[in-house]
Design a protein. Structure first.
Length: 210
């Protein structure tokens, strides 16, 4: 989505997140957090310019990981390099395994009963071309209060399990993309943005061990 200074994005109060149980890093406790965080009673849309530097609010971000289970070499993930045109300037030139972005007030404008799901699927459609059937499932959450960008965002991690490794970038700033096996991803672990590192460890750390 093209961002504007008047864009209003979906947020939840950081206090609400803490009430549910604070954590740092990655958690797989989807049932504990996701239904409560996405309860419309606690959600609001605020100007992105106001909340980007305000840790009292967590911007809710879908973070979709594309997985293909290769019969010969095991799990492979879609990965790419963030170009300078990608929305969050603090993540430029970092490698990533996640596709997603902010949920906008426009995602709720059509009367959708689930604007988060609506916004997530819009972000997927805008950023990549998927030429394979896939199954989408929420598998965890990311919170990283140790970085400037992480303090004002909360990631909901989704795994897209593909029948074939057929994902191509639609945005020109999704660079050097393609599927790589876990072993190669972990060899370049330090090049990835923090959220990707947390997901690699939290979801695939055991599988990557020899």
């Amino acid at each position: 989505m093209v961002e504007t200074v008047s864009e209003r994005v979906l947020v939840v109060a950081t206090q609400r997140f803490h009430e549910l149980g604070y954590f740092q890093g990655f958690t797989a406790q989807v049932e504990r957090y996701v239904p409560a965080l996405l309860d419309p009673e606690y959600l609001t849309y605020r100007l992105r310019t106001d909340v980007e530097q305000d840790p009292n609010w967590k911007q809710l971000i879908p973070y979709v990981i594309f997985l293909y289970r290769d019969p010969s070499c095991g799990p492979m993930l879609f990965q790419y390099l963030r170009g300078v045109g990608q929305g969050e300037g603090r993540l430029h030139h970092k490698r990533s395994i996640g596709i997603g972005g902010h949920i906008s007030a426009t995602d709720a404008a059509n009367g959708s009963s689930d604007p988060f799901d609506e916004g997530m699927r819009r972000e997927i459609e805008e950023e990549v071309i998927i030429c394979s059937p896939y199954r989408l499932q929420c598998v965890g959450l990311i919170n990283d209060d140790l970085t400037e960008v992480g303090r004002v965002h909360l990631g909901l991690v989704y795994l897209a399990d593909l029948h074939q490794p057929a994902v191509q970038p639609r945005e020109k700033d999704i660079c050097q993309s393609g599927f790589l096996p876990l072993s190669e991803l972990f060899q370049h672990f330090a090049e990835f943005e923090t959220w990707s590192q947390l997901c690699l460890e939290g979801l695939f750390g055991q599988e990557a061990k020899p």
